[in-house]
Design a protein around this ligand. Structure first.
Ligand SMILES: [Mn+2]
Length: 403
């Protein structure tokens, strides 16, 4: 059996107002070709299919069109929900999609057995089981006992995630003894490196999962949530495929990939690089330097199919309102068929020094997460640590509800 592992498609994602639907379409076309070429049997998509829980009609159209195109290769598709997805939205066409050998597990089913999907070979024998575990929402894994404090809540959540994986492993062992099992997951594993495009998961990423908590039953663990491709430190091959397209400027230098497992050979995956359809550039310097950089832009390679996106960061020493006007003028007059400026900002070093702590990290307020701002504010108060923790939790809850 040949399995392809991908995740974090984030269909409908915008990068500073720039639509990334075209990027996704190009990836999808490339994926269809790859599945044909490599004769892939099963496609696993480990969560965050959409960027928003209520995706636009356009994003949904692309999702269904993609499923149709992928199905033409004959591949079996297994989709799990991520923290960005709405379980009910993903599950709505579940029964219809099942007819086309597309399994959707939007949220944790009340009957855990439903997460186990047997895969048959050409001789019609079950040769592999996929444990399609979606993103586990707090209310699905929390114990009934009310946590006394923050630490206890974190411990409970971690334990809850571990229990679900153990229960699924137990069920797989009972129902499909001796058949190898691949688990899917959408979570934050301990010790991984993040980018700027993942949204916090489970109380501000505090309840990260240790690789040992997955147990030793699974042969491979196909993870989603972290957008930088990486292996999790574990004896079981445990991988984040990463997102197929760059979702933030912090990913501009990272190569994107999908993973292929050939179960006849080994459960160690082969990494296949995804072509880069556009480049993300950060142009930084004072106004004159930025202007020179803009003028010297050339298209390096004809393989780039979409406009390269530019983020401009002007850093000047002294405050000068004229620089604002000149930068806006520069941007308005910039025209190059291969490049698009999607974001700009100006920093005046001397002003920042004067303003003190909030700007210490050279971050502008609008670039900070709500939690970061809240924490900065908390640091300035003299409340006991426990109280601060409670306030922070309350904020997290509010944010979760609002999302
Ligand atoms: Mn994601």
């Amino acid at each position: 059996m040949k399995i392809l592992h991908t995740a974090d498609w984030h269909i409908g994602k915008k990068l500073h107002k720039q639509d990334l639907l075209e990027d996704f379409n190009l990836f999808r076309n490339w994926l269809v070709e790859l599945i044909f070429k490599e004769k892939i049997n099963v496609l696993l998509i480990s969560g965050d299919i959409f960027d928003l829980s209520n995706p636009s009609n356009e994003a949904q159209k692309i999702y269904y069109k993609s499923l149709v195109k992928l199905k033409k290769t004959g591949v079996k598709i297994i989709i799990t929900g991520g923290n960005h997805d709405s379980p009910s939205m993903l599950n709505a066409p579940k029964q219809l999609l099942e007819e086309f050998e597309i399994t959707v597990i939007g949220g944790l089913p009340s009957d855990l057995k439903e997460t186990l999907i047997p895969i048959k070979n050409e001789a019609n024998e079950i040769c592999l089981v996929i444990a399609a575990i979606p993103y586990l929402r707090n209310n699905e894994i929390q114990s009934d006992e009310v946590a006394k404090n923050y630490e206890e809540r974190v411990t409970n959540l971690r334990q809850g995630i571990e229990n679900q994986y153990k229960n699924v492993a137990k069920l797989a062992k009972e129902n499909y003894p001796t058949i190898p099992c691949i688990a899917m997951g959408h979570l934050f594993a301990k010790g991984v490196s993040t980018s700027e495009s993942e949204r916090d998961i489970q109380i501000g990423n505090q309840a990260s999962v240790e690789a040992s908590q997955f147990g030793d039953y699974f042969s491979y663990i196909a993870l989603g949530h972290i957008h930088k491709p990486q292996r999790v430190n574990s004896t079981t091959p445990t991988f984040y495929s990463g997102s197929p397209i760059q979702l933030s400027f912090s990913e501009k230098k990272k190569k994107k990939r999908v993973l292929i497992i050939d179960t006849n050979k080994s459960f160690d995956p082969t990494s296949i690089e995804i072509p880069c359809f556009r480049k993300l550039l950060l142009l930084k310097g004072n106004l004159i330097q930025v202007k020179e950089k803009l003028l010297s832009l050339t298209t390096e390679s004809s393989s780039i199919s979409l406009k390269n996106l530019i983020e401009i960061e002007v850093v000047e020493q002294k405050h000068d309102p004229q620089v604002n006007f000149q930068l806006i003028e520069l941007i308005e007059n910039f025209s190059n068929p291969n490049f698009l400026i999607v974001k700009h900002r100006i920093r005046f070093e001397e002003e920042i020094k004067k303003m003190g702590s909030l700007n210490e990290n050279e971050k502008q307020l609008k670039e900070m997460k709500v939690q970061e701002v809240f924490n900065k504010r908390l640091e300035q108060t003299e409340l006991p640590k426990e109280k601060k923790q409670l306030l922070f939790e309350a904020l997290e809850e509010l944010i979760n509800e609002a999302q």
